[in-house]
Design a binder for this molecule. Structure first.
Ligand code: HEM
Length: 372
């Protein structure tokens, strides 16, 4: 018996469901339009389209993560889902460099057969790429700018509106920061994690100093140099314990994550062997993986561009390879999490958590649970 009120649905046909007709009718070679079909332009188009499809999937996963984090309460189960979304993105990113390998079967001379026909179009105008950057949390001030041109300047008006709207809305970075700020994990009852951790840091730095002082292989000058480096590390740690000093690091751009969020992230990493902290740890680790994979793709793309066009300018009007290399260095979102290892201390000096504290770490947390 029919369950659809008598309306019999046509059997689904593969080609209709996937709109294969539309998909396969979307490769129109510019070189053919001027009567000089360049064989490799088909590959160029298909590789770009494949990227754009994967960009769409990445945005789909990112939006799901944003929804999970938007509520006032984050359940452990939801965090597990968040990890799954991020890990999927990380797997997709692995495809990115392989696709460049395929594109590099096209030689620079083959590319020149149709490059002029592309002006002024460029990957610069990939609206989905900009949406990914903004959804992840890349701020305008963190971008490397070419010729003081805003990254969105080359987009069509409708793409620019979409991209700038996302630039203004809460990013994954913002939501993760808020979540970290409200985790109750930094409230550990009578156990003063922060001062215990400070003592452990002193022990570790004292140990490093003894190693330098007692190293018979170092000349006097080398010892002075190494002690100077150790002082820099000590100063960096000191800023971690001094809210005002840390605020200066945020103001000068060397840190972005709030002090409170950084402390929570540090605690999650240091005590990640506690089962309850394992999912938060995997979540933070996936964010670092993603940031690193985006950078790796940027470098790989820049290398390919050097190989394809040398030092020529890009079709989008930038300095080409040089611009892309600088963007790879600058355009990062979760550097604070990547660099968190600066503040790690060996497990051997890590203060042990009292058993009752470990039990107090519930699976559910909300803003109401947080410290005032
Ligand atoms: C022969 C292959 C390629 C060449 C020579 C090339 C060249 C360039 C150049 C020179 C730029 C800088 C902007 C400009 O002045 O045009 C750029 C940007 C960009 N390209 Fe490519 N590209 C190639 C393939 C790809 C592919 C397959 C993708 C995948 C979608 C891609 C995505 C992008 C993106 C997203 C940007 C903006 C990067 C940013 O501003 O941070 N490119 N490309």
């Amino acid at each position: 018996m029919s369950t659809d009120g008598g309306n019999k649905k046509e059997p689904l046909y593969y080609g209709d469901y996937l709109q294969i007709g539309k998909l396969l009718d979307a490769q129109h070679l510019e070189s053919s339009k001027i009567g000089a079909t360049a064989h490799d332009e088909m590959l160029f188009i298909i590789v770009h389209q494949a990227y754009e499809l994967w960009f769409k999937q990445i945005l789909w996963e990112m939006d799901a993560v944003k929804r999970l984090f938007s509520g006032p309460v984050m359940e452990e189960k939801a965090l597990g889902k968040g990890v799954a979304h991020l890990e999927r993105i990380v797997e997709i990113q692995r495809l990115f460099s392989t696709q460049i390998d395929i594109l590099e079967t096209m030689t620079p001379l083959d590319f020149l057969d149709f490059r002029d026909a592309l002006f002024p179009a460029s990957g610069f105008q990939s609206a989905q790429w900009r949406l990914i950057e903004n959804t992840f949390g890349l701020r305008p001030q963190d971008r490397y700018q070419y010729n003081k041109t805003k990254y969105s300047a080359r987009l069509s008006a409708s793409d620019r509106d979409r991209v700038e709207e996302v630039e203004q809305s809460e990013s994954i970075f913002d939501l993760v920061q808020e979540w970290l700020e409200r985790t109750p994990f930094i409230r550990l009852g009578d156990f003063d994690f922060w001062s215990e951790y400070g003592n452990a840091v002193d022990v570790m730095l004292g140990h490093d100093r003894t190693l330098i002082d007692g190293n018979p292989l170092l000349s006097d000058q080398e010892k002075i140099d190494q002690l100077e480096n150790l002082k820099k590390t000590t100063d960096h740690f000191a800023a971690l314990f001094d809210v005002d000093a840390y605020a200066k690091l945020i103001a000068d751009g060397s840190h972005r994550l709030s002090h409170r969020a950084l402390k929570a992230a540090l605690l999650i990493h240091l005590y990640r062997d506690e089962p309850i902290l394992h999912t938060p740890f995997r979540f933070l680790k996936s964010l670092v993986d993603m940031d690193e994979n985006f950078s790796a793709w940027r470098y790989r793309h820049a290398l390919m561009v050097a190989r394809m066009i040398g030092t020529k300018i890009g079709t989008g009007g930038s300095s080409g390879h040089e611009y892309l290399l600088r963007a790879a260095e600058h355009n990062k979102v979760f550097s604070d999490l990547t660099n968190l290892s600066t503040f790690f201390i060996p497990r051997s000096v890590l203060p042990a958590l009292p058993a009752n504290i470990a039990r107090q770490m519930g699976f559910r947390f909300s803003p109401d649970d947080s410290d005032s």
